[in-house]
Design a binder for this molecule. Sequence first.
Ligand code: ADP
Ligand code: ZN
Length: 297
Amino acid sequence: MTVYGALEGGGTKMVLAIVGEDGAIREKTALPTRTPEETLPEMIRFFRQAPIAALGIGCFGPLDLDPASSSYGHITFTPKLAWREFPILSAFREALGVPVGLDTDVNGAALAEGRLGAARGLGSCLYVTVGTGVGGGLLLGGKPVHGLLHPEIGHIPVSPVPGDPLSRGVCPYHKHCLEGMASGPAIERRWGSPARDLGEEHPAWDLEAKYLAQLCATAMLAFSPEKIILGGGVMQKKFLFPAIRRETLALLNGYLTHPVLAAGLGEYIVEPGLGTESGILGAWLLAVEAARAQERA
Ligand code: ADP
Ligand code: ZN
């Protein structure tokens, strides 16, 4: 049976898997993300143990995904300095000699959720992870969206919520962007304790729902995805879901009409259908597509 390599590249860890053509994970491991000099050989060693037909990579960014660009397949302006301008696509293609598919980690997760998870059977969805950072991947017409660059929905400007004690968000670039105001580190900076430790009654969560609702309303108005999927560490607080749905409806204020809104967005703003596996299965789907593209060429 054909097997594929899947790599979910994160700023703190790299998750690597060998996946069958049925999507079953045969082997999986995680390595800390050190420098490319240290981590790349370890990753290559892992993928060489199996006769993989292709490799798919869902990676932290920003990435250059424009095939016409001279830095295509590079990690570009990342704050992780050791990885800046690292040609991740060609490094693996040359070392492994197989087709390599590359997209952002969150576009990969959106692809997996759209094909196999919470948005299965739909052509579109927005997948957002709310964790150490906030990132979003967008699937439209069955395809992850790339344009001038790729969506960076974590950094959309948000309006400060009146009474928010955090006057400046934690993003070094923006005073009031979603990541700066709503990521795990933003919550910790605002309240002085880790997000995980704050109970349901804490005022943190009313604010959090109001910021994430700004994202949901903006996304519905800008892209009209058929599902919004919220994952990541902070969304482990499941009680956020009803609050986010309520605040999103309040922001939209009756402007959009559709049965999913009339039903309170319960089936629309949802948890990942693939749990914590959206990223690695997204990487697998990118590998399958890279193999097919090679066959067509
Ligand atoms: P990463 O974004 O680094 O890949 P996570 O998605 O797990 O990893 O996000 C980590 C962030 O999520 C941390 O800021 C942490 O405080 C927060 N977090 C983790 N678990 C929970 C939880 N159960 N409730 C709320 N916040 C959490
Ligand atoms: Zn920002």
